[in-house]
Ligand binder design. Structure first.
Ligand code: SF4
Ligand code: SF4
Length: 150
């Protein structure tokens, strides 16, 4: 069975960088830029869903989002665990940390590698600038521990 060909970053780099620079949860748009289900998926269904890009409702992006971890009451608005719920709960308060896109099973590995190799340095420097903000004690603690570890 031919394996899924993942998206070529060179073909989407401009639009991907626009997505990754916009203060809004990026996971759904990264998913739509991706190649969708592998033909070798192991779901117990008979239909051919290769190439489908739908949100699986797995909730990985909801669980890993630091904006929701810092303010868990936001999750009271809905029990849904989809990218649409993430967009509703976080919206423009997104930290642009990209954890949602990195945790999504429907986002291509090529996109994840691009984020890790080309965008995470910028994320860390943005987070470092926020050390000392009284409004973000959890972030302080997290970063101090991370920096101490080096
Ligand atoms: S995981 Fe990060 S990038 Fe995704 S919505 Fe939450 S804060 Fe934004
Ligand atoms: S991580 Fe799961 S819930 Fe979030 S967008 Fe991807 S498939 Fe949907």
């Amino acid at each position: 069975m031919p394996q899924r060909i993942q998206v070529d970053i060179k073909e989407i780099e401009t639009v991907l960088n626009e997505i990754l620079s916009t203060k809004f949860p990026p996971v759904a748009r990264c998913r739509l830029l991706s190649s969708g289900f592998s033909p070798g998926h192991c779901l117990n269904i008979t239909g051919n869903i290769a190439g489908h890009k739908e949100c699986l409702g797995c909730g990985n992006c909801i669980d890993i989002c630091p904006a929701l971890a810092r303010e868990p009451h936001r999750r009271d608005k809905t029990e849904q665990r989809t990218s649409m719920a993430l967009e509703t709960l976080v919206g423009e308060d997104c930290d642009l940390c990209y954890a949602c896109a990195l945790s999504c099973p429907q986002v291509d590995t090529t996109i994840k590698h691009y984020i890790v190799n080309c965008r995470l340095v910028e994320v860390m420097s943005r987070l470092a600038q926020r050390i000392g903000d009284d409004q973000e004690p959890d972030l302080d603690l997290f970063l101090e521990e991370a920096i101490d570890a080096y």
